[in-house]
Design a protein around this ligand. Structure first.
Ligand SMILES: Nc1ncnc2c1ncn2[C@@H]1O[C@H](COP(=O)(O)OP(=O)(O)OP(=O)(O)O)[C@@H](O)[C@H]1O
Length: 248
């Protein structure tokens, strides 16, 4: 594995996460080791309760692993302190099944919301408009979430996740609430973003159509790796096509 020609964007070694369950403990992630190359679209799949969301939360530093190592773009996530965690969470993108948009805010303000407290090198409104256009929502900037379809809301959530120019985008069942056409549009978008910005996309999903769209598949069963990838990696030329991604 060490002579691999690609740079690993995500590398997990012996990652364990337990939760309290009644009098005992439940091991949600049970010694997972994996390596995900930069620039691909990978499916993390497995039956309900197999640990997909938990693993994604650990990689995204939404939850903390009990043991093991998680390297994302060469940064060790498990030992980050408070300040480091905030910076890390801002540096990656996270997309949720239920979009998590703020109902009282327009599409534009939802995209801006996470970076509002921070100084940014870019103009927040201009960038949010640009990203809404990227996700196909030019002209819908002032719409409230309730006026948008599920697919459109998810695209707002994706635009929001892109504000910090993430090199890694984690998506937890991003098409789980969508009909197949809207789901396909969201997957097309993720794949375009991956290619145009050389982002690494990791999608937790139990949907076969989503798995089939990914170039690599990681299967979990009972919190452990069931099988790591059948798919072929993309040709290096394609994986490395670099379009400058605006500095945060
Ligand atoms: N916060 C928590 N507290 C206690 N147990 C939890 C918690 N989060 C997850 N679990 C348990 O950990 C195991 C893995 O859950 P996880 O949500 O990661 O699975 P999943 O593969 O994403 O499932 P699904 O496809 O149903 O979303 C399950 O048994 C779940 O009940």
């Amino acid at each position: 594995m060490t002579d691999h020609h690609e740079t690993a964007a995500i590398e997990c070694v012996d990652v364990v996460k337990r939760f309290r369950a009644g009098d005992g403990w439940l091991t949600a992630v049970d010694g997972v080791s994996l390596r995900i190359d930069a620039g691909g679209m990978t499916a993390l799949t497995g039956p309900s309760g197999s640990g997909k969301s938990t693993l994604l939360h650990l990689i995204g530093a939404i939850e903390k692993a009990d043991s093991g190592s998680i390297l994302v773009n060469d940064a060790e996530v498990t030992t980050l302190g408070r300040t480091g965690l905030t910076a890390y969470r801002r540096s990656i993108g996270f997309v949720f099944q239920r979009y998590h948009l703020i109902a009282a805010l327009t599409a534009l303000d939802n995209v801006i919301a996470p970076v509002l407290p921070y100084r940014t090198a870019y103009n927040k409104t201009a960038r949010a408009r640009e990203l809404l256009a990227t996700v196909g929502l030019a002209g819908r900037e002032e719409a409230l979430p309730a006026r948008l379809s599920g697919g459109e809301q998810q695209r707002v959530a994706i635009a929001r996740a892109l504000m910090g120019s993430p090199r890694v985008l984690l998506a937890d069942e991003p098409t789980g609430n969508l009909d197949s056409q809207s789901g396909d549009a969201v997957l097309d978008l993720l794949d375009d973003l991956r290619r145009d910005h050389r982002m690494t996309v990791l999608i937790a999903t139990h949907e076969r159509q989503v798995v089939e769209r990914c170039d690599r598949v990681i299967r979990l069963r009972d919190g452990a790796l069931a099988e790591a990838s059948a798919g072929q990696d993309r040709p290096a030329s394609q994986a490395h096509s670099v379009v400058p991604w605006q500095a945060p």
